[in-house]
Design a protein around this ligand. Sequence first.
Ligand code: G3P
Ligand code: CA
Length: 329
Amino acid sequence: MAGDVEGPAMRRHVEVIAHRGASATCPENTWAAFRRAAEVGADRIELDAQLSRDGAVVVFHDSELDRTTDGSGPVTGTDLVDLSELDAGSWFSSELADERIPLLDEVLAWSVGRIPLNVEVKIEGGGEPATSLARAVIELIRRHGAARTTVVSSFDPVAVAEAARLCPECEVALLWDGRGDGDPLERVRSTGATALHLALRGLTGELAGRARDQGVPLRVYTVNTEEEMRRVLDLGVAGVFTDRPAEALAWTRPGQVPSWGHFCNPHAPVGGSPRGHDLYSRSRSRSRSRSRKISEVFWGGGSGEELFFRKVPSPRTLAGRPVTRNAGI
Ligand code: G3P
Ligand code: CA
């Protein structure tokens, strides 16, 4: 039964990591996605870090700007001043045209004391670029006093080794896409990493068992359905990356998470608490006092065994509607 979340595996604690923020319902790697991940109570936010041409660490996934902005060409070939003007939200929703490519510096400042990050050093090919980006990321993490709470990860073994060397108190994870030859746990050891982040396709009971025996935390990407969640939890993974943190929390911790709310609100308050409840209250009072245009409203219900949502066409103006159960969380 789809809503049956009472099995022992589903009750086991697993770290729920919002992959590129709450990226199923907000534009990936933007403030909207990060705020939403914090609002729903995700345990951690995963994001991608790259260098602009002039050396700023920006939060962006693809190597090219074209898919998720109104710009084009390589991120690493564009100066920060130009990157900062790009619209990083319209590709997802016309209501989110104000979204910009965040700076890692700013996201770290916002996240400390609120929600920990997993910064992926987004580079492949090794050499000096991998080393430079890893160094820049570690420097920012240290500047914000976040070394003990942040996970740094990369597919690139050179970047992993450099991060592990520069930041022994950081948790450094090797990313493994499950396609290549070799033993990912051996690569974890040889690079000095302390954790393994594995593509779902590469997950086997044998590998999960060896990771557990070796004391290597194993986190799996990307887990977006309840069926996938059951499978990975049965194998005892430490964490899951998900584009749908609200649902993942409902699947894994029934009764502990709010299940009403719209999924992406570009006007959500910037401040707030580490957990969503204060934001919810604040957002509720704001919504009573004035109209708030939002991009998508999902009316939903359920608090454990069943969870359902129904999308309402966007945009909607909330004034005059029974929004008190829908604003915020
Ligand atoms: O860190 C897990 C996952 O984000 C790695 O793949 O392509 O989403 O960055 P990708
Ligand atoms: Ca990533």
